[in-house]
Design a protein around this ligand. Sequence first.
Ligand SMILES: [Mg+2]
Length: 427
Amino acid sequence: MKTVFAHVDCNNFYASCEKLFRPDLRNTPIVVLSNNDGCVVARSKEAKALGIKMGVPVHQIKSEIRQYGIQLFSSNYTLYGDMSHRVMVTLEALAPRVDVYSIDEAFLDITGIDKAVSFADFGRQVKDTVYQNVGLPVCVGIAPTRTLAKLANYAAKKFAATKGVVDLTDPARQRRLLAIVPVEEVWGVGRKLSVKLQAMGITNALQLADTDLATLRKRFSVVLERTARELNGTACIAWDDAPSPKKQIMCSRSFGQPLQSLPDLEKAVAHYATRATEKLRGGQQFAGELIVFIRTNPFRTNVAQYSKSASVKLVNSTQDSRLIVQQALGQLRSIYRSGYDYAKAGVMLSELVDETGLQEDLFEPLGTENLGRAKSERLMAVMDEINRKSRATLCMARAAGPTAYVMRREHLSPAYTTDRAALPKVR
Ligand SMILES: [Mg+2]
């Protein structure tokens, strides 16, 4: 049977999470800010309509903020991580296999589901159920390959007439869409590669799909050849080789057997953190934030349920496995409770930057005065390793003690869903 994937992606995820708990801001433009309230990392649709660009430093939009009453939020990953779980748990109840791709995206394997319901109806069901259960809007793209499903979702978001669901299983429809999608929107192509492709006259996705495969392999890579095959409807990118998401890297899996003990979970989380960091280095990126989550199986009845996530901001963005594993284990220990059958754990790296983004952080004031020497030495070793491994221009170590995590987060919303003291108030 031919495979079919549904790609589910939350709309303006961070901004939608913030709005969900602030119905008073329903029609107000809002933006979510990065580490230290520096740059815009998410925009509500009203803010997008005002022309606020992704990644713009907040000081550059001061006049717009005043003029249009744009509301600012510091990124609140405790909230987003928890809302993400709720979305994923809902999706897991709807499809036999769910691959979580990033904090707000997942691929559902829905091969054969059309025997029971049309693909488009299934897509609408997913959209309605997530909205009903979690309160967040999503779009759904359905296609025989993950690359096409991503493009179907792009169309679902871009064209209002689709009402957020696009069934791209029909080959003629695939070609019509590919012809109007810029090549840089194709999964895994990105800006750098698209410049080279454009120089060859390949500007839209259809042209890439129609390029001779041997030429693509010779001039670029077997990876791009596979992408072209996927655009032609042949699923051939293995899940482990899927391109890294631009904004977060997620590594999470259900356990074959439920785990109970902390050491067992530590092993799993250390493994996921290592995997995630490998992907990070593979994409020449550095992470500024880390989230760990653990949960029991919500579909097992008559057992105690527990689900918790914790996040930590890394003052120095890093791509060092040791530092990230250490931080991940620290977060795990803070949320672990004994007496549960854990079914799943995961590690997510976010606030991803490349080397250019990294340099800015180096000039922030240091907070090392309270840190022990051993810790500082260890950090130096980490820094040395980063310098040896890559051409990173790091020149001083900063330890990761508690004081170092005090970030500027002036516009932080409450942890509505994970802290009893922060429950939203109904007036
Ligand atoms: Mg999204």
